[in-house]
Design a protein around this ligand. Structure first.
Ligand code: FMN
Length: 275
């Protein structure tokens, strides 16, 4: 069989999830000669309406791994997607630590929402907190693996006659999923970075890039130094600011960032996919 439309749905604060999801969907579009629809759900306005799909569609859904799981504030929206028997492919991007139960959680969420999951993948992206942990990933090697994965998805789907009776794709992880990963502090206990907010340096020229690109809509448009909303530490503002004005200074956050860079810089993890 052949899908009549390919749909790429992704949340991507710093662009790594977007890179992999769009690479796979473009390759699939070449294989199937099928149109593509892109749904970028990174910004709050894009998540106002639930998305609904149809049985002839193949939906790639990509999210970053936060604390070993699907980002918790994104989960209600992801759960609201309506599969209506469309085929689905859950994809997660993680920063070279671990994807823990995120792929399992995303697969289960898609299955519960009426998708038939036919494949799944976990890829590596530069860690949101750092410019050195998994720096520059996904790189050309990751992209080549993404293309190979897409080719295998196309072969699998082409050979299918009835996907409705397929079992959900098998993925690693606890089922039911385990607790969120908790960052460790200096004294070995756990730290809580939920209240941490980015600061703004003197180079800020009030261009509003940060306010316009914050996935939580948390930054005050009139005074971009104020962050009255919820900050998920996605680092969209830090990595995206055109004049590098945004930064974090909280000692616990910085300790955690440096700690994971030290612990997880090597070995290099490789993408894993499941069909
Ligand atoms: C709050 C938060 C928690 C994260 N937790 C993990 C994690 O548990 N494991 C991991 O390997 N990477 C973790 N990351 C890194 C991201 O999963 C990774 O950098 C991803 O590629 C970012 O995707 P994006 O570029 O589409 O935003 C975390 C990032 C953030 C912001």
């Amino acid at each position: 069989m052949k899908p009549h439309t390919l749909c790429a749905v992704y949340f991507s604060a710093t662009g790594t999830t977007r890179t992999i999801v769009t690479a796979i969907v473009r390759r699939l579009a070449e294989q199937f000669n099928t149109p593509v629809k892109i749904f970028d759900i990174t910004l709050p306005e894009a998540r106002k309406e639930p998305l609904s799909f149809t049985p002839g569609e193949l939906v790639l859904l990509g999210v970053p791994v936060y604390a070993g799981r699907v980002p918790n504030l994104l989960l209600p929206y992801v759960s609201s997607l309506q599969g209506n028997n469309a085929m689905g492919i859950p994809l997660v991007l993680y920063g070279n630590r671990s994807f823990d139960d995120a792929l399992m959680e995303l697969r289960n969420t898609m299955e519960n929402s009426g998708f038939h999951t036919v494949a799944a993948g976990a890829f590596i992206g530069e860690h949101s907190f750092s410019r050195t942990l998994a720096a520059g990933r996904p790189d050309s090697s990751d992209q080549a693996i993404a293309n190979g994965f897409a080719d295998q998805i196309a072969s699998k789907i082409s050979a299918l006659t009835d996907f409705q009776s397929l079992s959900p794709v098998s993925v690693p992880g606890n089922n039911p999923v385990g607790p969120y990963f908790r960052p460790a502090g200096r004294d070995g206990g756990h730290i809580d970075i939920r209240r941490v907010r980015p600061l703004t340096g003197d180079s800020c020229n009030d261009c509003k890039w940060c306010a316009n690109h914050c996935p939580m809509g948390a930054i005050d448009f009139d005074n971009v130094r104020e962050v009255p909303g919820i900050c998920i530490k996605c680092n969209a503002c830090v990595k995206g600011c055109p004049v590098d004005a945004k930064y974090f200074a909280d000692p616990d956050y910085l300790f955690h960032r440096d700690d994971i860079v030290t612990r997880y810089q090597s070995p290099r993890k490789e993408p894993a996919y499941f069909l």
